[in-house]
Every structure is written in structure tokens, then in C-alpha cells.
Design a protein around this ligand. Structure first.
Ligand SMILES: C[S@@+](CC[C@H](N)C(=O)[O-])C[C@H]1O[C@@H](n2cnc3c(N)ncnc32)[C@H](O)[C@@H]1O
Length: 237
């Protein structure tokens, strides 16, 4: 578990992904979820998206995260929702029956994990023709080795792929790429102009170390913005 994830959990950041809930809603309006489906969300954090997924008619949502504090806070926030099962588990070694899910959603998670292993698990867990909605950073290039290393180390990224590398990896793992959905500027503009702050579910006492980490995170966000895009990849098995 990285310090960055511990910091997100301590602050209880509810939309810990670029574009936040607005971007998720944009994706779900373009690709509405099928009714009567079993959905897995990987790296659900505080459960913001799991809640949106649970609102589709007759769905069952399994919301997984390997951070126990995230799951604890997510459960407490959504006590009254009864079609979400919360599970502390790791995408790289969760024990899930093959072909269990119609849709698998993951937002701002897989770049932190062993990608080949995660994608191979996702493929096995999906039903035939199942869909994957994946929000991930897309590296645009331009950083020197040290800058890239500092960025990766701070966040605990396992890999930072360019768009072509993502697409190659998806194909290698057997998926068909249906679409790549990007923010056309309108969503990040809100973030850049601080028009939208995600809700926080903060620990009663925040350790000094997390305050410093949050400052560093804000530094990286501001100074590295030009080197990254982000995209929803819509895949099919
Ligand atoms: C940047 S946060 C995004 C959280 C949430 N998806 C959101 O958009 O608000 C990444 C989340 O992935 C979880 N995570 C990281 N590695 C994981 C793994 N190997 N298995 C399951 N969850 C993981 C973290 O604990 C964290 O909650």
C-alpha cells in the first residue's frame, strides 16, 4: 500500500480520479449500463461510482478495494444501499469465479497495479461479450527520466502508458477496443479553475505526514498537468 493511497484514505477523497463524477456520468450517458447485470468495480475507493452503478435497474454490484480504510468509509457512506457488496481484495489475486460479470469498471486504479496480471484477471472474470470501462492516465511524453521517476515514485504508479501502448496491451490480452472517450476540455477546466471540490470524509485527526503528502500531490497536479491526458477505454471481451 503506498503512502499516497494512505493519504487519500485518511482525507477520504470521494472522487479520486481525473474528471471525477462528471466524467463518470459522461461515460455512463454514452454507454449506459445494461439492466439486470452483475457489475464489478475494482478499486472503488469511497464508493462514489459504485453508488451510481447500483442505481441501474436490477444490478448487483461487487465493489472491491485492497485498502481496508477505503472500504470501511465506503460502507459507512452507503449504509442504506443493499445491492452493493463491499469487499477488501486485490485485483491481482482476488479469488473470483470465471465469467461472473457482465461489466467491470475501474477508475484510476490499474496503472498502480501489475497491468498484465490485472487485465488477464479481468478477462477471466468477464462473461463472453462482457464490457470493461477503464479510466486511466495517458502519458503524452515530454518528461525527462528523473521527472518521470519522481512522479511514478510519489504516486506508486507501476506503469504510465502512452495511448498506443494501452491499445497494444488491450489487444495482447484479447480485448476489442470499442471506444476511447476523452474529456473535451470542459471537465478539466472546472478542476483547473477549482470550481469543483470532491466531498471529503476526513479522519478525526490527520497525521502531519499526510498534510505534507497532500501538498506534494497538489504540486505534481499543477506542474505535470501538461504531460498527461486521461481517457476512458471501453473494451469488450
Ligand atoms: C486513485 S484511487 C481511485 C479510487 C476510486 N476509483 C475513485 O475514482 O475515487 C485508487 C484506488 O485503487 C485502490 N487500489 C490500488 N491498488 C489496488 C489493487 N491492487 N487492488 C484493488 N484496489 C486497489 C486504492 O486503494 C484506491 O482506493
Amino acid at each position: 500500500m503506498s503512502d499516497y493511497m494512505d493519504m487519500l484514505a485518511a482525507y477520504g477523497v470521494t472522487e479520486a480520479r481525473p474528471g471525477g463524477r462528471k466524467m463518470t456520468k459522461k461515460l455512463l450517458s454514452l454507454y449506459p449500463l445494461p439492466t439486470n447485470s452483475n457489475i464489478l468495480e475494482i478499486g472503488c475507493g469511497l464508493g462514489d461510482t459504485a453508488k451510481l452503478l447500483s442505481e441501474v435497474k436490477n444490478t448487483n454490484v461487487l465493489a472491491m478495494d485492497n485498502h481496508s480504510k477505503m472500504i470501511k468509509k465506503a460502507k459507512e457512506r452507503h449504509l442504506n444501499i443493499n445491492n452493493i457488496t463491499w469487499k477488501i481484495d486485490d485485483v491481482n489475486d482476488a479469488n473470483i469465479r470465471e465469467q461472473s460479470f457482465d461489466v467491470i469498471v475501474s477508475e484510476s486504479v490499474l496503472s498502480f497495479t501489475d497491468l498484465k496480471k490485472s487485465l488477464s484477471n479481468i478477462y477471466r472474470w468477464l462473461k463472453p461479450n462482457g464490457l470493461v470501462y477503464l479510466l486511466e492516465p495517458v502519458y503524452l511524453g515530454g518528461l525527462n527520466n528523473k521527472e518521470l521517476r519522481d512522479y511514478k515514485n510519489f504516486y506508486g504508479f507501476h506503469s504510465l502508458l502512452k495511448e498506443g501502448e494501452w491499445i497494444h496491451l488491450f489487444q495482447q490480452q484479447g480485448f476489442s477496443l470499442m471506444d476511447t472517450v476523452k474529456d473535451e476540455g470542459e471537465i478539466m477546466e472546472d478542476v483547473e479553475h477549482s470550481k469543483h471540490f470532491p466531498e471529503l470524509v476526513i479522519d478525526q485527526q490527520i497525521d502531519e505526514k499526510y498534510i505534507k503528502l497532500m501538498e506534494n500531490h497538489l504540486y505534481f497536479t499543477e506542474n505535470y498537468l501538461a504531460f498527461f491526458d486521461y481517457a476512458y477505454f471501453v473494451l469488450q471481451k
